[in-house]
Ligand binder design. Structure first.
Ligand SMILES: [Zn+2]
Ligand SMILES: [Zn+2]
Length: 273
């Protein structure tokens, strides 16, 4: 079950399946708002609560700060919602940018979260073997149908631990020189073929950084923009992955505008950026 906390002072939201991790993130966030009410010198630390005017003084700085964070949290703990889905924020249709290195626990946690409500899942990836291992291990069951789009030749050569013949899985190997238009057309066609009247569609898109590397920024942005609107028209939920450490911050800031929601994924935690 995923828990959510939304700040009343700003747009920050954090989600986690682990309540304790959520609480830690909330406390740190609250402190970032109210640091100015903390005064300290070499002997003591003193704070004033912005909510109830309680003041406190401690002779140990770490202890004093922890006490302040616990106190602040008591004022907002009722804002925690449980049993939510991050995609509720966008009514479960649209596109989400997940800032995280691709092969991490955080990214996999996002893949579980955004794939698990799906009947039809598509992954556009250079790591097809990792994605089928993920589908087999991390999800309670495979989606009714999964298609993997990749340019990797012999994508499952080293996957001997899963019976892929028996899995509800299709693979489309694209030419290495595939154009963005062809990629987009193939993706839409695959979804179209698998879609039934009530099926929920998700797309996991791993190759954003490749597109930014291979094409100029404007061309890549235009592609994402067009693809996003086509997939949203099909009522799909698309989750894009991008390693924030491998991209200039200015580029990420512009790119963020193309998405309905932007989050950072780390461990079992997601937070808005
Ligand atoms: Zn805030
Ligand atoms: Zn207070």
């Amino acid at each position: 079950m995923v828990h959510q906390w939304q700040c009343r002072e700003c747009k920050f939201t954090v989600w986690s399946s682990k309540q304790s991790e959520l609480v830690d993130a909330v406390k740190s966030h609250l402190l970032s708002h109210y640091k100015h009410t903390v005064e300290s010198d070499e002997f003591s630390l003193r704070w004033d609560c912005p909510y109830c005017n309680q003041t406190s003084q401690s002779y140990d700085a770490d202890e004093g700060l922890a006490k302040f964070k616990n106190h602040l949290f008591k004022h907002v703990s009722a804002l925690i919602d449980s049993g939510v889905h991050v995609a509720d924020r966008i009514d479960r249709v649209g596109n989400i940018l997940i800032l995280s290195p691709l092969e991490t626990a955080g990214a996999d946690n996002a893949r579980v979260h955004f794939t698990s409500p799906a009947d039809v899942a598509v992954f556009v990836t250079n790591n097809p073997a990792e994605r089928v291992r993920f589908l087999d291990n991390a999800l309670q069951s495979w989606p009714a149908w999964t298609t993997i789009l990749t340019t990797k030749a012999q994508p499952f050569a080293d996957v001997t631990d899963i019976d892929l013949e028996a899995a509800p899985l299709d693979i489309a190997i694209l030419d290495k020189g595939v154009s963005m238009t062809e990629l987009g057309e193939t993706l839409v066609r695959v979804l179209d073929e698998q879609q039934t009247s009530n099926s929920r569609l998700t797309v996991g898109f791993d190759i954003l950084s490749e597109l930014l590397r291979l094409f100029d920024t404007e061309t890549a942005f235009k592609f994402v923009h067009v693809l996003n609107s086509r997939l949203a028209n099909m009522d799909a939920l698309t989750h894009y992955y991008l390693n924030p450490n491998a991209q200039p911050e200015s580029e990420i800031n512009v790119l963020k505008e193309l998405f309905d929601l932007q989050i950072r994924a780390k461990g079992s935690r997601f937070r808005t950026v």
